[in-house]
Design a binder for this molecule. Structure first.
Ligand SMILES: [Zn+2]
Length: 74
């Protein structure tokens, strides 16, 4: 299990999210953002949607995978 905070995932709060794989981390952070459903998290979800299929998304995913690898085991 890896542990990352919402903020480390590009989010807006310090909630800790635990996941076995990078894919699970991504989907759990999206679920969290949707569950919180406040302006800060909604804005990030909108930005993510706007990035889809662009170079920015590729860069985001590259950084995300690096951060996931570097995240502490929980
Ligand atoms: Zn959050």
């Amino acid at each position: 299990m890896k542990k990352m905070t919402c903020r480390e995932l590009g989010g807006a709060c310090d909630l800790e999210i635990l996941a076995e794989t990078a894919e699970e981390m991504m989907s759990k952070s999206a679920e969290h953002a949707m569950a919180i459903n406040d302006d800060a998290h909604n804005k990030i979800m909108e930005e993510m949607k706007g990035m889809k299929g662009t170079e920015a998304e590729g860069k985001f995913m590259e950084d995300f995978h690096k951060n996931f690898e570097a995240a502490p085991e929980a």
